[in-house]
Design a protein around this ligand. Structure first.
Ligand SMILES: NC(=O)C1=CN([C@@H]2O[C@H](COP(=O)(O)OP(=O)(O)OC[C@H]3O[C@@H](n4cnc5c(N)ncnc54)[C@H](O)[C@@H]3O)[C@@H](O)[C@H]2O)C=CC1
Ligand SMILES: C[N+](C)(C)CCCC(=O)O
Length: 503
């Protein structure tokens, strides 16, 4: 036991990042035309970890060309051959799990406990798509007179992945897993707030044996993202982020007739009926709201509670929320770390202030949290917040806050709660807690959301497709469904007789 040297080197407040964070043709590189420097923070301490140059047009083009060259090799390999390489990548991630999780925690601020789960989901995703790579197949269709047709599932080419900052490594795996399995190459741009861990993924792919250039990383913000989306040699864009950016991405994709996957924001409902197992429902509500400091797109932030159990449920939720251990995210017993950055923390605080002005009652938390440890004084911490006395038309109930803020809303009937649950422009997720199985299935069938949970929330088995309805986007990640979004179907019609010409 005891503290190893590596543990010392990666303690909160001690890390700086020196290596270049672009990755091209199988190696870390400085961008050829790196412009503006973006400061990258350690949310737990407010320290600057590094400054990253944003890639310009030349670097973006070099990354795309490098992906194009690798695509030629990778797309010609059999599914089984690709499977073997991807399994090796999954194995390396599993082996380096703690180290990658530590890196994620340092850059994102989430607890190490959660970061490890994220990394597990990440290697499971690659393992799952490795399995599918080996079994991708088309159809054979018989036609009159012995003629026939067949279909081939072909890759698209160079795919672009653009990620958000809440699950940096996992998002990159959710995109590269199905993309690579189908035979595509990828250029990935992480959020400028979390540029670090995805470069490790690039190194792991190379170590596992992908052709050099198959998975590249370019760093930068909106301008770099635009260059990627507008590049004529890019075949597809998969985006995770906010609704306004999603709209811009779709517009750019439209100009190039490029298919897009959009994983956007949400304001999902979680419906607790009075016949639910209370203990599980309370745990579910916490899972639905407080993972990654509440910075989760599919969070069930509108918690509808049947009036009969409103008081008991609320009391229990508040009690548990107050017990969540906030602090140094690298400590084993911490369950909530720091929010991503100061402006975001201020934004979340603004939502709480506005909620109070509009008549909501803060039942617990919502205030800034200042840890005792002096090195954490400038970190971006707040206490998780439960809001009572909420009304459907309050801003805190309508808008995505992307922070640890749960709104509790009483309801009386199933019909009423469904109407209210669906009265939102978003449609990413939804959940229901009840012991009545017919009611459970009836309710999820009526929810206008892509990802529904019965008697749990925010678990993410990679076998299940994930994605939104309405403003939350379209296309799916995870599951077999994602294959559809990273491949195209070629039909081959074969004549076995003579040509019967019209002319
Ligand atoms: N549905 C899902 O799976 C998820 C959705 N989100 C959503 O993402 C949001 C938070 O993430 P943010 O990073 O703040 O979102 P964002 O939309 O500001 O940025 C997302 C990514 O897009 C890039 N980008 C920004 N403008 C661009 C442009 N004009 N062209 C190309 N790329 C551009 C950013 O650099 C970043 O990499 C929340 O609204 C949340 O709901 C976050 C995680 C998962
Ligand atoms: C892993 N999970 C389900 C908690 C969140 C995944 C979606 C996201 O990237 O926000």
């Amino acid at each position: 036991g005891g503290v190893t040297r590596r543990d010392c080197a990666s303690a909160t407040g001690t890390v700086t990042v020196q290596q270049p964070l672009n990755y091209r043709a199988g190696a870390r590189v400085q961008p050829t035309d790196g412009g503006q420097l973006e400061e990258v923070f350690e949310p737990a301490t407010g320290r600057v970890l590094c400054k990253v140059p944003c890639s310009g047009e030349k670097e973006v083009d070099l990354a795309v060309q490098s992906a194009k060259a690798a695509f030629k090799i990778w797309s010609q390999m059999s599914g089984m051959e690709r499977c073997r390489v991807m399994l090796e990548a999954a194995r390396i991630i599993r082996e380096q799990r703690d180290e990658i999780a530590t890196m994620e925690t340092i850059n994102n601020g989430k607890s190490i406990f959660e970061a490890r789960v994220d990394i597990d989901i990440s290697w499971q995703c690659l393992e799952y798509y490795a399995g599918l790579a080996g079994s991708l197949a088309g159809e054979h269709i018989q036609l009159p007179g012995g003629s026939f047709g067949y279909t081939r599932r072909e890759p698209l080419g160079v795919c672009v992945g653009i990620g958000a900052w809440n699950y940096p490594f996992q998002i990159a795996c959710w995109k590269s897993g199905p993309a690579l399995a189908c035979g595509n190459a990828m250029v990935f741009k992480p959020s400028p707030f979390t540029p670090i861990s995805v470069v490790r993924l690039a190194e792991i792919f190379t170590e596992a044996g992908v052709p050099k250039g198959l998975f590249n990383v370019v760093q930068g913000g909106a301008a770099t993202g635009q260059l990627l989306c507008q590049h004529p040699d890019v075949a597809k864009i998969s985006f995770t982020g906010s609704v306004p950016t999603g709209m811009k991405i779709m517009e750019m994709a439209a100009k190039g007739i490029k298919p897009v996957t959009l994983e956007l924001g949400g304001k999902s409902p979680l419906i607790i009926f009075s016949d639910a197992d209370l203990e599980n429902a309370v745990k579910g509500a916490l899972m639905a709201n407080f993972l990654t400091q509440g910075e989760v797109c599919c969070n069930g932030t509108r918690v509808f509670v049947e009036r009969k159990i409103l008081d008991t449920f609320t009391k229990e939720v508040v009690k548990r929320t107050q017990k969540i251990k906030i602090g140094d995210p690298l400590l084993e017993d911490t369950r909530m770390g720091a929010l991503i950055n100061r402006p975001h923390l201020n934004r979340v605080q603004g939502f709480i202030k506005q909620a109070k002005e509009q008549g909501a009652e803060v039942l617990c938390g919502g205030d800034l949290y200042v840890p005792d440890d002096p090195k954490l004084k400038n970190g971006y911490y707040m206490r998780p917040c439960v809001l009572g006395n909420c009304k459907d038309d309050m801003t805190c109930v309508k808008e995505e806050i992307f922070g640890p803020v749960m709104a509790i809303l009483p309801f009386d009937t199933e019909e009423e709660v469904l109407e209210r649950a669906n009265a939102t422009k978003f449609g990413l997720a939804g959940g229901v807690f009840t012991r009545d199985i017919q009611k459970a299935h009836r309710v999820v069938a009526a929810l206008k959301a892509g990802m529904c949970f019965i008697n749990n929330y925010n678990v993410s088995p990679v076998e299940l497709p994930f994605g939104g309805y309405k403003f939350s986007g379209f296309g799916r990640e995870n599951g077999r469904a994602a294959i559809e979004y990273y491949s195209q179907l070629k039909t081959v019609c074969v004549e076995m007789g003579d040509v019967e010409s019209v002319f």
